[in-house]
Design a protein around this ligand. Structure first.
Ligand code: AMP
Length: 284
């Protein structure tokens, strides 16, 4: 497995592979790889001849410096996982390489970034669109694989590659969960045992919302209120937002009459967790 730390060496490798007729899929990550990332890597492997995993904890997308400082960085374990999965190249640039002195150009997302996570995390999606643009131009892949766990991010990245003609197909992969339903996240390892025991109430509330809608509930206010109360009923959890939106445009709906998504951000102690579920009324 190759390891690259600069965009020029990464791009040279990709261009050479493509010149030989190989297709390439890239999996952008911030490391601390878990089964969710592994599902993305396996999807990449099934779609393309060559797989690149990028590992970069992007300072631009953290709006809280403690969250950035506490973010796990087990690089040796990550490299071992990539090797064992048959990844062809890891691209792990430093922050100084990505954002050298004088760096000043950003990619500004549009309306999709103005709701849900957007107002809660000022600058977050601008950091995401900027880093994803840089990672995609350095890796020159045919496919880029993202998780539906970060539902709004996936929608914004799909828009980004269309708007800026990046020429990459964006592929979404369903959220991988623990047996008790908790969505896998690198932040889960910061939960105390009591918090970890409480955290699955988020996904159970989402599953209950999906069941209610499948059984005919069409009022988004009722679904949102019930979801929020189920989460807030758990002593270690506090919902920051619960929203039910059109699954494609991410705008609020007045009636659940098309595919929708329920998105949640909740605090579990000091750890902020997000999760979501696509829900559809019966017969859709
Ligand atoms: P991160 O390292 O948290 O930035 O995530 C890198 C990629 O993995 C993103 O596209 C995430 O959406 C995806 N991802 C994170 N957790 C999961 C999960 N539990 N299931 C599927 N994909 C995930």
């Amino acid at each position: 497995m190759k390891t690259f730390t600069t965009p020029d060496t990464m791009r040279a490798w990709s261009r050479a592979a493509r010149a030989e007729g190989h297709t390439i899929a890239v999996v952008p990550t911030m490391g601390a790889l878990h089964e969710g990332h592994i599902a993305l890597i396996e999807t990449a492997r099934s779609m393309a001849d060559g797989v690149i995993v990028t590992i970069f904890v992007n300072p631009l997308q953290f709006n809280e410096s403690t969250d950035f400082d506490l973010y796990p960085r087990p690089i040796d374990d990550d490299v071992a996982i990539c090797t064992s999965l048959g990844v062809d190249a890891v691209y792990a640039p430093t922050a100084a390489t990505m954002y050298p002195t004088g760096f000043q150009t950003h990619v500004e997302p549009g309306d999709l970034a103005d709701r849900l996570e957007g107002p809660m995390r000022p600058g977050h999606f601008r950091g995401v669109t900027t880093v994803v643009t840089k990672l995609l131009t350095a890796t020159v892949a045919d496919y880029a694989i993202f998780g539906q766990k970060d539902y709004q991010q996936l929608a914004i990245v799909k828009r980004l590659v269309v708007d800026l003609d990046l020429g990459v197909d964006i592929i979404g992969v369903p959220t991988v969960r623990e047996p008790d339903g908790l969505a896998l996240s690198s932040r889960n390892r910061r939960l105390t045992p009591e918090q970890r025991a409480a955290a699955p109430a988020i996904s159970s509330a989402l599953f209950a919302a999906r069941t209610a809608v499948a059984d005919g509930e069409t009022d988004p206010v009722i679904v949102v209120n019930r979801t929020r109360s189920r989460i807030d009923a758990e002593p270690h959890l506090s919902a920051e937002y619960v929203e039910l939106v059109d699954a494609l445009t991410l705008t609020p709906v007045e009636v659940i009459d098309r595919p929708c998504a329920v998105l949640v951000a909740a605090w579990c102690g000091e750890v902020r967790l997000i999760d979501n579920l696509v829900i559809s009324p019966p017969q859709i």
